[in-house]
Design a binder for this molecule. Structure first.
Ligand code: URP
Ligand code: ZN
Ligand code: ZN
Length: 505
């Protein structure tokens, strides 16, 4: 009897039995942060149920993954959907941005709910939920962006950790007058968040140094996009990175640095490890692959890559790839924050008015595979660490997310290493009229993407709709991740539920 007819017959005989949705992935090469083996994966409802050789389950759907890699779903820990910024909004909504991410294997994002100065953290969080809930296609979590730390916001931290499951609090050391906080505020926030297992995460650039350089450039009539790069020098990032590392060290606090771009800042991280300080560090795919020569592009083209911090030199790209293998960099994100060319043109006569940010979420994983794994810069296991596992561990989602294991959410990418394609704005799913990687040739493609046991994307076709994405509450930073006992008890509960369902027959 076919699986479908069997299911119908089963329902007739046992009308009270709640049927589980099942999926079997056969013969794939499973890659996690630590393992590499050929196996079948059996999924019941939203979770991985069993992994093994020649599994003999009768599933609703079977996918043949022979010749494919099977990766944990990607986690992009740094995105800005619909961010209100520099007089406009990032052009991807939670719907369009998470769908683009899913096409490229990213099943979970962590976006930034950013406080407006003078308003509460709760207002920001409510407003981000309004944008995301019922719209996101992939799963999503939030970091809390704190732009105005004061005695009122201090009182909100406990509730946000304990009730909203948000334990990461972002500060901006640049963008004075809009987002930037001072050192005293950073110290206060580190202390308060630390009480509840929270952690400060930081955009490291010296805002005052930059503002002075921007004023000088404008006074001299230097207004083209290249001056965005020239007024945000490496030293501005290096100084701020070193400063916040020292602040965290003095208070004994954890720290995560977002979008680290350059050798100088990396060396501040390296120095900190010599005194046994542990810092988690993110870079972004664009900083590994692109460089500042793009700001020399003719006419206004350079505005496409106006982001902060800016693209750096070739020597910085080399330092970042080495930093990955030296264990100094832990995640590769995108800082996905797209603006269409009409929006970029707000700064046609003044580089300081070009909205900062680029699109990228759709191609993060494929680019890192093609340029990193296939060019022998990183191993397959490192690829999984950087794109998924480390973000899940650092941000309190492991092992629900970030791996393929019994009991984990069945967030899975079936990846075909033999399909070649070319990135173009004509074919991407970003709501943006250009691509930062236009014309890049990629070897390898995300073929089938599974989100919590449901096939979300198959051969480029989306099979789920807006609102499928779920808000993920996270656990405390200092809780690290679930203990072996907790994992076992989760798994036993999972098995018990399965047995109870069978016993009800
Ligand atoms: O240029 C960027 N990175 N735009 C988004 C805001 C930020 O600094 O992360
Ligand atoms: Zn930033
Ligand atoms: Zn950002």
């Amino acid at each position: 009897m076919s699986a479908k007819r069997e299911k119908v017959a089963d329902q007739r005989i046992y009308p009270n039995k709640k049927m589980k949705k099942t999926l079997l992935i056969k013969n794939g090469t499973v890659i996690t942060a630590s393992d590499n083996y050929k196996a079948d994966i059996y999924i019941e409802d939203e979770n991985v149920h069993a992994i093994g050789k020649n599994l003999n389950f009768n599933a609703d759907k079977t996918i043949d993954a022979n010749g494919m890699y099977v990766f944990p779903g990607g986690i992009d820990p740094h995105t800005h959907m619909e961010l209100p910024f520099m007089g406009t909004y990032a052009s991807d909504s939670f719907e369009s941005g998470t769908l683009a991410g899913l096409h490229g294997g990213t099943t979970t994002i962590i976006d930034f709910a950013i406080q407006t100065q003078g308003k509460s953290l709760r207002e920001a969080l409510d407003s981000w939920h309004k944008k995301a809930d019922g719209n996101a296609v992939s799963d999503y979590a939030f970091h809390m962006g704190v732009t105005d730390y004061n005695k009122y916001t201090q009182k909100e931290i406990k509730d946000i950790c304990e009730n909203d499951g948000i334990f990461s609090f972002k500060v901006f050391m640049a963008y004075k007058g809009a987002l930037m906080v001072d050192d005293r505020q950073i110290i206060g926030l580190m202390k308060e968040a630390g009480k509840y297992g929270g952690m400060v995460i930081s955009h490291c650039e010296n805002g005052d140094m930059i503002d002075e350089l921007v004023s000088e450039a404008k006074a001299e009539g230097n207004l083209t996009p290249r001056y965005h790069y020239l007024t945000r020098p490496e030293i501005a990032e290096t100084e701020a990175t070193g400063r916040i590392i020292d602040i965290a060290y003095q208070g004994g606090h954890p720290l995560y640095i977002v979008h680290l771009t350059c050798e100088g800042a990396l060396n501040r991280v390296r120095e900190a490890t010599k005194r046994n300080q542990k810092i988690s560090v993110e870079t972004c795919i664009q900083y590994l692959l692109l460089d500042e020569s793009l700001y020399e592009s003719p006419s206004f083209e350079g505005s496409k890559w106006v982001m902060s911090p800016p693209l750096r030199k070739e020597k910085d790209r080399i330092a970042l790839w080495n930093g990955i293998n030296q264990g100094l960099l832990h995640t590769v994100a995108t800082d996905h924050c797209p603006f269409c060319m009409d929006q970029k043109k707000m700064g046609i006569n003044d580089f300081s008015k070009i909205p900062n940010g680029i699109p990228g979420i759709e191609h993060r994983m494929e680019l890192l595979f093609s340029e990193g794994v296939l060019k022998n810069k990183i191993s397959l296991n490192k690829f999984v660490e950087l794109t998924s596992t480390n973000a899940a561990k650092i941000f309190g989602m492991f092992p629900q997310k970030g791996t393929i294991a019994p009991g984990s959410d069945a967030d899975i990418v079936i990846f075909d290493p033999n399909v070649n394609h070319t990135i173009s704005a004509k074919t991407h799913h970003h709501n943006c009229d250009y691509s930062a990687f236009e014309g890049w040739k990629i070897n390898g493609k995300c073929k089938t993407i599974i989100l919590r046991g449901t096939v979300a994307i198959e051969n480029g076709q989306a099979l789920i709709e807006k609102g499928f994405g779920r808000y993920i509450k996270r656990s405390a930073y200092n809780k690290k991740y679930l203990t072996k006992e907790e994992i076992n008890s989760n798994y036993s509960r999972h098995c018990e539920e399965a047995q109870n369902a069978d016993a009800a027959i």
